[in-house]
Design a protein around this ligand. Sequence first.
Ligand SMILES: [Zn+2]
Length: 235
Amino acid sequence: MFIVLQSLIHKRKMKLFSRACCALYLFAAFSLCACGEKDMSMKMNNPRNIRGVISYKRSFGDLNDVQLKTAKKIGIRPINSRKDADDMIGRLVEIKPCDRYDMDSLTHSIPYLIPTASELLDTIGQNFLDSLENKGLNPNKVIVTSVTRTKDDVKRLRRTNGNASMNSCHFYGTTFDVSWKRFTKVEDPDGRPMQDVSADTLKLVLAEVLRDLRKSDKCYVKYELKQGCFHITAR
Ligand SMILES: [Zn+2]
């Protein structure tokens, strides 16, 4: 009889104890939230005001001769090799993947631009990130696919592509290509999952950014359908 009574009391104590634990746990969870504990739910897009352009071809139709004229005017003289670029400190700046843009590993060009073009690339990357935020989209970076070509690059290019031209703006340090097909998703530093933004949507936002810079005479832009990029010359 005594043992049964003791066990009943024990059970009751345990029940009370577990209730207290539960309450304590809830309280702790609540106060963590209230204190600004990071929300780890998936960050969804909330798209608004995405307009793009009516025609890529018509909006970005600055042909080679127009771009080349400016490239020759404000750019460097074509160089033979990467070593020549290293010797041109001041005239050329080296560009690297950063917070504002990403870069492919370059196979037929070198990561050097004249300062004006490097600043333009910074502006494009930053404006793109700002636009995405304003339009309720998760952050993505543009990807640079081609930069400055040397004469050595073109010799090598010609083996695979007979059209590789000595008449290219890419010789002058003024011109770079930015993909409209691929973008680099920016991950949350605390590991919060982020909903993807489709490449089609990102392309529309990038088009708006480039249209505005082109309108304010910062650059020439040609839409390259086959290469999947915008071909951009600073001005
Ligand atoms: Zn190009």
